[in-house]
Structure formats: structure tokens, C-alpha cells
Design a protein around this ligand. Structure first.
Ligand code: FAD
Length: 425
């Protein structure tokens, strides 16, 4: 899954950053240079807190440099289901947080002119089954009535073709708030901004050990960072640094392919309004146009062997051609994958452990904007800002029982979901 991603190939030259050597003192040490860590650093520096970021490989190595770049509102499941689980007040705050997360990301991009191909044309959720269209209509009514949100629109099969030109789906639901960007260019742009504000980012500097000796001491192979606070934001790439955090996140593989650059006419014919698409299948497909007119197409990627992995990419390509027969014969130039962090509650967890370690992870495939928001919340919590609203606060992390068996469990779950896609209603 570590083959060159299309994002890496099209993001320009990678800036090299130093490896930590010797001792370094700061206010906050952040572990992980994905969107969460970089946003935390950016917002901490805004408040005058000296921040050091440690990254095992390089900026955007994890999901933040590999994802579909689709900025979507909401969470896994409908807001109606979250009202039932969390109550009206919390669910409304969660919804507002998801709207704000895209606005904040857009604001950072525009205020600082981050060159990351940001397009805010809304998103679309094509209906894999006819019954899903009924669910969309119910959701549209519910969101208008209860959440006073009027930007969802449900399209029948014919109307959908002016948005996603395919016969594969039964209709769709659009949402005017969605957006898409080049994920790795955004990660790199955010890293540069954090540095401009005074943060120091060390690459190839894996945090190996954390001790508390009055100060927090984080040890890497060649150095140490001594800080007042520590933030662990390694998400689905968590190693053994903190067993409670590792045991609370379930990494799930997702894979993507990208075609060669195609003609503008063909791209406009397939996705005329350049929205970000993710469908309603259990094992969903997500797809979008890129700035250089490629089709970027993603799906589920759990593989048990190298051969299995190659087969998954071929199956995904077959899926892309099934959705867009126009792409039969189009060359696929890139195939890559990454790990998506899930939690037991299917919601992001943001909070701190009993020893004071701050964390945020588990965006369940919706982290492109939410991780930026989580970083802002972590920075606000650390600096005791009085404007922190965190409906996703996790008071106590409880590692998932039999966590080490999760790989098998996820494999079984995917088998079940594929079955549901084929035979369920
Ligand atoms: C293929 C794919 C497609 C996706 N598509 C979408 C999408 O379209 N829309 C959406 O909203 N979300 C999507 N996601 C999810 C989204 O990318 C993530 O939610 C988000 O990037 C999480 O950011 P993060 O900073 O929390 O974690 P990451 O970006 O994964 O960063 C964690 C970092 O921690 C580092 N690290 C780990 N251990 C250590 C250590 N001990 N010391 C130092 N560093 C360490 C890792 O190297 C990594 O760089 C997708 C994910 C994948 C994999």
C-alpha cells in the first residue's frame, strides 16, 4: 500500500526537514504530523505556545497525505441517529462542529493562500439502492425541520445524471457545503504555516518513549524533547507509544486509484459540477475529479497478502469502470492506500488521559476537515481558551477488548458488509 500516491507525484518537491538531535525545550510537544498535529501546532503558535512536532517519517506520511481530499459534513450515520444516541443538544453541537470544520479549513487556505486546489462546489452521495433514496428524502426532511438545514437536495435517477453521469446509481443526495482539495498539498501548506508561526517540525524522528519527570520527556533515537504538555495524534498509524490510545483506534485500510489525465470534456461529462462524491454502499466508493483532470477513485482495501492486494486494486478499477463505462480503456497510473482510524463509537475521540496526555483520533473516514477542527480544539484546551466547544470530548478511553484481533474482526465485518451490499435492502 506504500506505492507512490498520485498526490505525492503531483505535489511538487518535498521539503526536507531536520531530524531531532540532542535536547530541545518547548511548551508543547506534538507527536504526528498529519492534519491533527499540524493544526494543533498552528493554533498553539497563534496563542504564543512554543511547539515542537515529531514525525516518524515526513509531513503528510499518514492518512493526511493519502486521502480522497473530500471535505464532507456530518459523521458516520445520520444526524437523526446521533440525536437518538447523544441527545438533541449534543447532536446539534456536533453538526455545527462539522459545518465549522469545513469553514475553518477554507478560511486557513484562503487567508494564507495555500495552493492546494481547493474547490467548494458541494458534495454528492449517490444511492446504491433504490431504498437509499427514500432514506435520503427522510434525511432531507429531518435536517430541514429539526436542524434548520436546507442545503440537501434529493435527485432521482434522471436528475442525478446532471451531477454524476452514470446509470449505476438510483439517484443521489447533494449537499452544498462539501468541498475537495489536494490532500498532500494542504498538509504541506499547513506545515509551512505552523513553521512560519514559529513551530519546529522534526521529520524521521519517531517518538519512542514518553516519561514524566516534572516535565514531559519524549525520547527519539537521537534526541529528547522536554515540554509541559504532550499531544499524541498518530491516529491509525499509532504504534506502541501509548497502549490505551493504540487500543482505542481500529485501523482500516482504504485504497485509491487515479487515471492518467483525461480531457476536460470527458471529466465535465462524468461529474459536470465538480462535486466530491461518496456513495451509499456499505463498502463505499468515493470519487472526484482532480485539478489535472484525472479520476481519483477510492474504496475498501483490506488485504491479507500481496496477491490479494493486487486483486483488490483490479477489483476497484473494475468498479470504477462499472460506475463510469466512459473510463473503459483509460490508463490507471497510480494505486496506493492508507489507514483510516475508526473507533468503537464510530465518532472521533478528542480529550486527554488521566496523566494529562492529549489525544484526538478516529475520524472514521471523515477527517479531512474534522482533524483541522480537532487540532484547533486541542490547542484551545491546552491554552485554556474560553471559546472551546467540544461535543466529542471523550472523558475516558477504554481500549477495545481483544483489540489485537481487530484485523480479523475488520476482515469479517467487510465480508458481511459486501454480503449486505449484494443482498440487503
Ligand atoms: C485512502 C484514504 C482515503 C481517505 N479519504 C478521506 C476523504 O476523502 N475525506 C475525509 O474526510 N477523510 C478521508 N480519509 C481520512 C483522513 O485522511 C484522516 O481522518 C485524517 O487525515 C487523519 O489525520 P491525522 O493527522 O489524525 O492522522 P495521520 O494523517 O494518519 O497522521 C498521523 C501521523 O503520525 C505519525 N506517527 C505515528 N507514530 C508516530 C511516532 N511514534 N512518532 C512520530 N510520529 C508518528 C505517522 O507517521 C503519521 O504521519 C481517508 C483516509 C485514507 C487512508
Amino acid at each position: 500500500m506504500d506505492s507512490l500516491s498520485m498526490w505525492e507525484a503531483t505535489a511538487g518537491e518535498r521539503k526536507q526537514r531536520p531530524t531531532l538531535q540532542g535536547d530541545r525545550h518547548c511548551d508543547v510537544v506534538v507527536i504526528g504530523a498529519g492534519y491533527t498535529g499540524l493544526s494543533t501546532a498552528y493554533h498553539l503558535q497563534e496563542k504564543g505556545h512554543k511547539t515542537v512536532v515529531l514525525e516518524k517519517y515526513h509531513v503528510g506520511f499518514g492518512a493526511s497525505g493519502r486521502n480522497g481530499g473530500e471535505l464532507l459534513t456530518g459523521f458516520q450515520g445520520t444526524m437523526e441517529s446521533w440525536v437518538a444516541k447523544k441527545g438533541m443538544e449534543t447532536a446539534k453541537a456536533m453538526w455545527q462542529m462539522s459545518l465549522d470544520s469545513i469553514d475553518i479549513t477554507e478560511h486557513i487556505i484562503k487567508e494564507h493562500g495555500i495552493d492546494c486546489d481547493f474547490v467548494r462546489n458541494g458534495d454528492i452521495r449517490p444511492a446504491f439502492k433504490l431504498s437509499h433514496l427514500d432514506k435520503f428524502k427522510r434525511e432531507q426532511e429531518y435536517m430541514a425541520k429539526v436542524f434548520d438545514f436546507h442545503e440537501l437536495n434529493v435527485l432521482d435517477k434522471d436528475e442525478m445524471k446532471s451531477e454524476v453521469n452514470t446509470s449505476f446509481y438510483h439517484g443521489a443526495r447533494t449537499n452544498e457545503r462539501g468541498a475537495h482539495f489536494h490532500p498532500l498539498k494542504f498538509a504541506r501548506g499547513l506545515a509551512d504555516l505552523a513553521e512560519e508561526r514559529g513551530a519546529i517540525i522534526y521529520e524521521h524522528s519517531e517518538a519512542l518513549k514518553i516519561e514524566r519527570k516534572g516535565k514531559v520527556v519524549v525520547t527519539t533515537e537521537k534526541g529528547r524533547v522536554l515540554a509541559d504538555e504532550v499531544v499524541i495524534v498518530t491516529n491509525a498509524y499509532a504504534g506502541n507509544l501509548n497502549k490505551t490510545i493504540k487500543g482505542s483506534v481500529v485501523p482500516v485500510e482504504s485504497i485509491m486509484i487515479a487515471t492518467e489525465p483525461l480531457t476536460e470534456e470527458l471529466m465535465k461529462e462524468m461529474i459536470p459540477n465538480n462535486r466530491a462524491a461518496s456513495d451509499s454502499k456499505n463498502l463505499l466508493y468515493y470519487f472526484r475529479r482532480t485539478r489535472d483532470n484525472r479520476m481519483a477513485f477510492g474504496g475498501s482495501g483490506r488485504a491479507f497478502s500481496k496477491r490479494d492486494q493486487l486483486r483488490l486494486f483490479d477489483t476497484l478499477q473494475d468498479g470504477m469502470v462499472e460506475v463510469f463505462p466512459q473510463l473503459k480503456g483509460a490508463k490507471v497510473e497510480f494505486r496506493w492506500g492508507g489507514k483510516v482510524g475508526f473507533t468503537q463509537e464510530m465518532l472521533p475521540y478528542i480529550g486527554h488521559l488521566e496523566d494529562g496526555t492529549h489525544f484526538a483520533f478516529g475520524y472514521c473516514g471523515r477527517g479531512a476537515a474534522m482533524a483541522v477542527m480537532a487540532g484547533k480544539i486541542l490547542a484551545g484546551t491546552i491554552t485554556h481558551s474560553d471559546d472551546v466547544i467540544n461535543p466529542l470530548r471523550k472523558e475516558k478511553l477504554r481500549p477495545i477488548p481483544f483489540h489485537s484481533q481487530h484485523a480479523k474482526a475488520v476482515g469479517i465485518m467487510k465480508f458481511y458488509k459486501t454480503f449486505q451490499d449484494k443482498y440487503g435492502s
